[in-house]
Design a protein around this ligand. Structure first.
Ligand SMILES: NC(=O)c1ccc[n+]([C@@H]2O[C@H](COP(=O)([O-])OP(=O)(O)OC[C@H]3O[C@@H](n4cnc5c(N)ncnc54)[C@H](O)[C@@H]3O)[C@@H](O)[C@H]2O)c1
Ligand SMILES: O=C(O)[C@H]1O[C@H](OP(=O)(O)OP(=O)(O)OC[C@H]2O[C@@H](n3ccc(=O)[nH]c3=O)[C@H](O)[C@@H]2O)[C@H](O)[C@@H](O)[C@@H]1O
Length: 389
């Protein structure tokens, strides 16, 4: 960014450089947000995480044009007295830290609840007590299941948006029974949202809550056995990428009938930057951030990824690229699923004028090109020397 550029917000006001504490900066979303802020704004980042691999390229070498504008703090927010000091030093805190992989929700429900609720409490408290602004990352999973999912399969009402469109200020949050521990994540996220909202109402906390709807792109999660545990189960993009890279069948949980809308990480990050730089328009709001035009079933996603990867890698797809597995086999006891997730975009459109741009085909093409470049050689090595991995 040219040092002399005068940047203004949506209301034409000049933007002053901010100091931003980003908790969870070393993760998927954090790494893209750091890149965007460093490349396009004059803001400073205090990047906090227990890992830094995904932002290594931003931290070194020191000669990069943004040297001095990013500082990494290897801190676990569960137990570190430096947290309050960092919040005090910053104009804005963005909290991304969480356990947010469905394979963990029913197998590690305690860690999931602690991570998404208990560990976030001091962040909210310190922001509120010190009069600091907070952007907190929640999830579209707080909506749970759609009202329409309880209607008979052939009910024409299922086609009516009133029964499936997810609206921030209107839709109920519908989770399964307590034994369905999948909902431990959604429930913890819902309670922290309610707490933040209450801090706003009772103590004047300036907050924005983000509900991401399946943001995907490069650096999401890990490829098992390459840059993550061999037995680990990441989110669907990485699961399917891993299978494609290894020329294995893509596993469709319970027939792959669930529906999702996928948004390209780079589109979504633009929405977050608008929130950062337009507090008057973003404070006090909860925002859906997704792409309602990119809806597919998980089966369709598998078919699209198979076609795109064949093109990217130059290798023909398997004759039978997918296989059905039960959720119990894949995730274990207590798994349940969101049936359909289409974000209503009214509020984010009205407040920030944001719209996603990238089609599912285009985002899969750039993402799978990245996956192939980053992992194909390493996978080949592991496959040819399995014991040395
Ligand atoms: N990716 C999505 O589409 C999506 C969708 C819905 C919600 N979210 C939410 O957005 C946030 C970020 O998601 P992501 O996809 O980047 O996940 P991620 O797992 O890639 O990133 C989370 C980061 O937080 C860090 N972290 C976790 N606990 C920590 C602790 N105690 N102390 C310090 N650092 C800690 C992790 O090391 C990791 O780098 C999460 O809150 C998640 O629930 C993401
Ligand atoms: O990304 C989001 O917006 C939110 O949704 C995700 O939840 P989910 O979409 O269910 O997680 P994925 O792992 O991406 O799974 C999507 C669908 O694919 C299915 N799946 C997953 C992996 C696989 O190999 N095969 C497969 O069929 C799952 O059962 C599910 O129906 C995670 O909970 C969070 O990261 C986040 O809050």
């Amino acid at each position: 960014m040219a040092a002399s550029t005068v940047r203004t917000n949506l209301d034409g006001k000049p933007l002053n450089p901010l100091t931003i504490l980003m908790i969870g900066a070393g993760g998927f979303i954090g790494s893209h947000l750091c890149e965007k802020i460093l490349q396009e704004t004059p803001h400073k980042i205090l990047a906090l995480d227990v890992y830094s691999d995904k932002i290594k390229h931003l931290l070194e070498p020191e000669s990069l044009e943004w040297a001095g504008r990013i500082q990494f703090h290897r801190i676990n927010i569960k137990h570190d007295s430096r947290l309050e000091g960092l919040i005090k030093m910053s104009d804005l805190t963005i909290n991304l830290a969480a356990i947010c992989t469905p394979a963990d929700y029913n197998t590690r429900p305690l860690d999931t609840i602690y991570s998404n609720f208990i560990d976030a409490l001091p962040v909210v408290k310190y922001c509120s007590e010190n009069g600091k602004r907070l952007i907190h990352f929640s999830t579209c999973e707080v909506y749970g299941k759609t009202i329409g999912s309880f209607l008979p399969k052939d009910s024409p009402l299922r086609q009516d948006p009133a029964y499936y469109l997810l609206k921030e200020d209107d839709s109920p949050c519908i989770f399964g029974s307590i034994e369905k521990q999948r909902w431990s994540y959604a429930c913890a996220k819902q309670l922290i949202e309610r707490l933040i909202y209450a801090e706003g109402a009772e103590n004047g906390l300036e907050f924005t809550i983000v509900r991401p709807f399946n943001w995907i792109g490069p650096r999401m999660d890990f490829i098992p056995g390459i840059d993550g545990p061999s037995e680990g189960v990441p989110r669907v993009l990485a699961c399917f990428s891993n299978a494609l890279l290894r020329r294995e069948q893509l596993k469709l949980v319970d027939g792959g009938e669930s529906q999702r809308t996928f948004v390209y990480i780079k589109d979504a990050i633009e929405a977050v930057l608008l929130m950062i730089e337009n507090p008057d328009r973003a404070n006090g709001h909860i925002f859906n951030v997704g792409n309602p035009n990119n809806e597919v079933t998980v089966r369709q996603l598998a078919e699209m990824m198979t076609a795109v990867y064949a093109n990217v890698s130059g290798e023909p797809a398997l004759e039978e690229p997918t296989v059905d597995v039960s959720s119990k086999e894949f995730y274990g006891e207590g798994y349940d699923d969101s049936d359909k997730r289409i974000p209503d975009m009214t509020i984010i459109n009205k407040q920030l004028g944001w719209n996603p741009k990238t089609s599912l085909w285009d985002l899969l093409d750039s993402t799978l090109t990245y996956q192939h470049k980053t992992y194909a050689e390493a996978i080949k090595k592991v496959i040819s020397h399995p014991t040395t991995s």
